[in-house]
Design a protein around this ligand. Structure first.
Ligand SMILES: C[S@@+](CC[C@H](N)C(=O)[O-])C[C@H]1O[C@@H](n2cnc3c(N)ncnc32)[C@H](O)[C@@H]1O
Length: 353
């Protein structure tokens, strides 16, 4: 009977814990997160206790080591979000290394075949649907008698202040598992809802009360450019003399979505690993003349404001935190996934396995 069994989750590729935090918020018991990057440990453990961080390579770990993390009678849930870079439309050039990266999705599949968890969830970029590795993943689950559903979810449709499309797969050996539909009557969360309350800071400045509400310095040229950038606009709003050489060339015309500002009353664009840089996307603050701060990106990814990413904010590195926060599953998407799994388990009629 599922009702009387403890429910336990293991999070592969746990990062700083966006998915884990959301699952915990949905009331699931996440016992451990595994990741290869030791930079994740502090944030993962500090914000998600008693779930523990295990430093491990998912390509190499033995299935028994993961199985032993669950109680014997547990309803076992295995979730994983293999790194998405090879499939992202922003990183097509890295396709040379894609084979190696696809291996992680395959490693996840092989672990499922051996562990046979009751419920599985995978999150990735939508482009993954078009790759054989995904069809193979789905076929393998079906052969193991999982009911499999997947869909592309836009976070903005599910109450998050960010346009971010993600492929979410849910599979269960206990019965069909249905996705929640977005409620069209609920108005979208906006950039203002997420970051409008934070203190004003300057480019290169940091807030007194939060060492992560810190924004990158701007070059002299970019400091002039951002004053000419309109919310929701692009470099095309600038006078010609401020445009870069690459904007003048024909090829540059195809990249209008850099040097943009966010709009207060819309969800933000997708927060990428480079969100702290004004020239890297539409990452300008809607009003202040700077890129969004590390904390603002984390809030748009729906991490709680109290989430601690580093022990000492004075030691924080933009590139490291940008990568960890930009790669995270938004906490509230994790919560939607967790709530869906909870509802599924609640519907399962008592039966012996
Ligand atoms: C997309 S991020 C996961 C984000 C995380 N689920 C969250 O919500 O914060 C992918 C993670 O996979 C980790 N990773 C990459 N290769 C790995 C491997 N071979 N074994 C374990 N983790 C790996 C990276 O360090 C990164 O943290």
């Amino acid at each position: 009977m599922t009702q009387s069994r403890p429910t336990q989750v293991v999070d592969l590729f746990c990062g700083v814990g966006g998915l884990t935090r959301g699952l915990l918020d949905a009331g699931l018991n996440v016992v451990a997160g595994l990741d290869l990057d030791l930079n994740c440990r502090y944030a993962y453990e500090t914000n998600n206790a008693p779930s523990r961080f295990i430093h491990a390579d998912v390509n190499l770990i033995h299935a028994d080591s993961i199985s032993s993390l669950y109680a014997e009678d547990a309803v076992k849930i295995l979730v994983g979000c293999a790194p998405c870079q090879p499939f992202s439309k922003y990183t097509k050039k890295s396709s040379k290394t894609a084979d190696a990266q696809w291996a992680l999705v395959s490693s996840f599949r092989k672990l499922i075949q051996q562990i046979k968890p009751d419920v599985v969830s995978m999150e990735n970029v939508p482009e993954l649907i078009h790759h054989g590795v995904f069809s193979q993943f789905v076929r393998s689950l079906k052969r193991l008698n999982y009911e499999v559903s997947f869909r592309v979810m836009n976070c903005a449709d599910y109450g998050m202040p960010q346009e971010r499309e993600r492929l979410v797969l849910l599979a269960s050996r206990l019965g069909p598992i249905a996705f929640p539909e977005p409620d069209p009557k609920v108005s979208k969360k906006t950039v203002r809802d997420a970051i409008g309350h934070l203190a004003s800071i300057r480019a290169g400045g940091v807030a007194k009360n939060d060492g992560l509400h810190k924004s990158c310095k701007l070059s002299e040229l970019n400091a002039v450019r951002i004053r000419k950038s309109k919310p929701g606009g692009t470099w095309r709003d600038w006078p010609v003399e401020l445009r870069a050489q690459c904007h003048m060339r024909k090829s540059g015309q195809t990249y209008p979505s850099v040097y943009g500002r966010m709009q207060w009353d819309k969800p933000s664009p997708t927060i990428t690993t480079q969100y702290f840089g004004y020239g890297n996307g539409r990452f300008g603050h809607p009003q202040q003349h700077r890129a969004i701060s590390i904390r603002e990106g984390a809030l748009l990814q729906t991490f709680p404001e109290s989430y601690r990413f580093v022990q000492d904010p004075a030691d924080m590195k933009y590139a490291t935190l940008g990568r960890l926060i930009g790669n995270a599953v938004p906490v509230d998407l994790g919560k939607v996934i967790g709530t869906t799994i909870q509802a599924h388990l609640g519907q399962i009629k008592p039966h012996s396995k």
